[in-house]
Write a protein that binds this ligand. Structure first.
Ligand code: ADP
Length: 162
């Protein structure tokens, strides 16, 4: 049985994330979606509990998924769960430069490998940062985040924004 882990900040989950999740779930037997609880550079929009709820909502149609949270090094968490590989999405050359370095570091740390999925062209422009900016300026998020969680994310951005 092949298991994999897709780590990220998911603040908020986007259609780009969902695309990677759907494709990764198709090529392994079990996929963990791992919400990072490490500090982020921006003021977080959503709590881990909210992200977990939203990711579960958005992936209800996918059966071989479990949403978890972690803090610390993903390489160590992946080893503790005994997964076969980490999954990451690549949108562009900037992602590639950062991700290839992370992949080598993770491999050096615990021997875990990373599988990269290139973003579908329809989603390669999407980032959580961009979506927070769009929502904070009062614009709806259809076409940016999964339809089933659009309302909740839009409301969070309208009410919690600094
Ligand atoms: P990070 O993990 O760097 O904080 P995110 O949580 O937003 O960033 O992203 C988690 C993973 O999802 C990363 O591998 C990132 O490259 C990937 N990802 C984010 N947005 C997209 C997208 N639009 N298309 C494909 N992959 C994406």
């Amino acid at each position: 049985m092949k298991t994999a882990i897709f780590p990220g900040t998911f603040d908020p989950p986007t259609l780009g994330h969902l695309d990677i999740i759907e494709r990764a779930a198709n090529i392994c037997d079990k996929l963990y979606i791992a919400i990072s609880e490490n500090n982020v550079k921006h003021v977080p929009l959503l709590s881990s509990e909210e992200k977990k709820y939203l990711l579960n909502q958005a992936t209800r149609h996918i059966k071989n998924i479990e949403v978890v949270t972690f803090s610390g090094l993903i390489a160590e968490y992946a080893k503790a769960l005994d997964v076969h590989f980490i999954v990451r999405g690549l949108r562009n050359c900037t992602d590639f430069e950062y991700e290839s370095q992370m992949s080598s570091a993770n491999n050096a740390l615990t021997g875990v490998d990373t599988l990269f999925l290139v973003s579908s062209p329809a989603y390669s422009h999407l980032s959580a940062t961009l979506i927070r900016e769009i929502g904070r300026n009062g614009h709806r998020l259809h076409g940016f985040v999964p339809e089933s969680i659009e309302e909740t994310i839009f409301k969070s951005l309208s009410t919690k924004s600094p």
